[in-house]
Design a protein around this ligand. Structure first.
Ligand SMILES: Nc1ncnc2c1ncn2[C@@H]1O[C@H](COP(=O)(O)OP(=O)(O)OP(=O)(O)O)[C@@H](O)[C@H]1O
Length: 361
């Protein structure tokens, strides 16, 4: 009898513990959900828009938040060809001028194909929570039945691609110091995606037209239309091969396995562009049956880097130039495991830069 009473008491205590445990678990979930919702509300301002059943979401920009959504939308709808500042395979980019001192870049993506819609979703998923000085800021978006709009901060100096391969007057500003700084800024942006974002972000389209320059020629990574997430416990994500010819890592091209080392390879190609001033898709490479990477590797092996160095650079510190060639070669190792991580690339670039600054000062 006593034994039975003892057992009932024990069962009651266990039951009580389980109930309290469950209640505490549910309460903690509710509190976390409320906190997450409050955080989301703080960051986003959602406007249900009457025009054509679209929806506008503005975050981060106090200027845009202070304007009424239909005012912003009307300004966007008035954009025309004269406001175009660039165009890519997926859409057209316009300059949206709010007043004499404030402007944004608006990317218009037509809808209709699953590819395009996916690109828009990817861009939003990847960018809404990113806040880094070397990543272009997304201020909001508008989604309508026929098209999607992405509103970014405006990068007044355009893309590295246009500066490097466009009019020669645009190239003048790209002296050695400027190119070195662009390399460090871009490396920091990619390193943030690979190492600090959870899940990690593989950009998959690192190239000079996706490196944009602000008013001080500081570089930021843009265009997350092909970006994919990767859990920290994973080493790769299997996908169909996308990206830009000339920048794709060979193993990704062959297997469709996207890894952070694929971005490292593409960054190595960008370093070669900065060093040589040549475009990876330059017609002469195709004519001669070679590539920018093969061409440069051959001269680096013979220690004749100056042959391929961009003539428009004029005189520059050859020790530093050779170091950047070496970093590029590491990034372009055919074996992905032998390539450095982006964290390491940043350190290699920073170390050499700061050594230079210390001796120069
Ligand atoms: N925030 C911005 N500020 C200023 N210019 C921009 C901005 N975003 C894009 N651009 C300009 O618009 C061009 C087109 O950009 P977009 O991202 O649509 O295409 P892309 O990267 O050049 O090519 P693709 O998307 O086909 O790979 C860029 O190269 C750049 O010159």
């Amino acid at each position: 009898m006593i034994n039975l009473l003892h057992q009932m008491r024990k069962a009651l205590v266990v039951g009580l513990y389980i109930t309290v445990g469950c209640l505490a678990f549910i309460a903690s979930k509710i509190i976390i959900s409320i906190l997450l919702y409050k955080r989301w509300k703080r960051k986003h301002m959602v406007y249900e828009q009457g025009h054509g059943g679209g929806k506008m979401v503005i975050f981060r920009s106090s200027v845009l938040k202070s304007l009424k959504s239909d005012v912003v939308l009307n300004m966007i709808l008035k954009l025309s060809n004269k406001d175009i500042i660039g165009s890519g395979g997926y859409g057209t980019v316009y300059k949206l001028k709010i007043d004499d001192s404030i402007a944004f870049a608006v990317k218009r993506l037509s809808r209709g194909t699953a590819d395009r819609d996916k690109g828009f979703e990817r861009e939003m998923e990847a960018m809404t929570d990113i806040n880094h000085r070397n990543i272009v800021t997304l201020h909001g978006y508008y989604t309508a039945p026929d098209y999607n709009l992405l509103i970014y901060e405006l990068m007044p100096n355009g893309s590295l691609d246009t500066r490097l391969h466009g009019r020669s007057i645009d190239k003048q500003i790209l002296d050695w110091q400027c190119r070195y700084r662009i390399a460090i800024d871009a490396a920091r942006g990619i390193s943030y995606l690979h190492h600090d974002c959870i899940p990690h972000i593989i950009h998959r389209d690192i190239k000079s037209s996706n490196i944009l320059l602000d008013q001080n020629m500081e570089a930021r990574i843009s265009d997350f239309g092909l970006a994919i997430f990767m859990a920290p416990s994973k080493t790769h994500v299997s996908t169909i091969v996308v990206g830009t010819f000339g920048y794709l890592a060979p193993e990704y091209f062959d297997t469709g396995r996207a890894t952070v080392k694929g971005d490292v390879y593409s960054f190595g190609v960008v370093l070669l562009e900065l060093l040589t001033g040549k475009k990876p898709s330059d017609g002469t490479f195709v004519e001669e049956g070679t590539t920018l990477v093969t061409w440069v590797k051959a001269v680096v092996q013979e220690k004749k880097e100056e042959i391929v160095l961009d003539e428009s650079l004029g005189s520059c510190p050859m020790e530093e130039v050779n170091n950047v060639f070496n970093i590029a070669m590491m990034c372009l190792e055919p074996e992905p495991l032998k390539r450095p991580t982006m964290d390491e690339v940043v350190k290699l670039l920073e170390q050499r830069k700061s050594d230079k600054i210390v001796t120069a000062d």
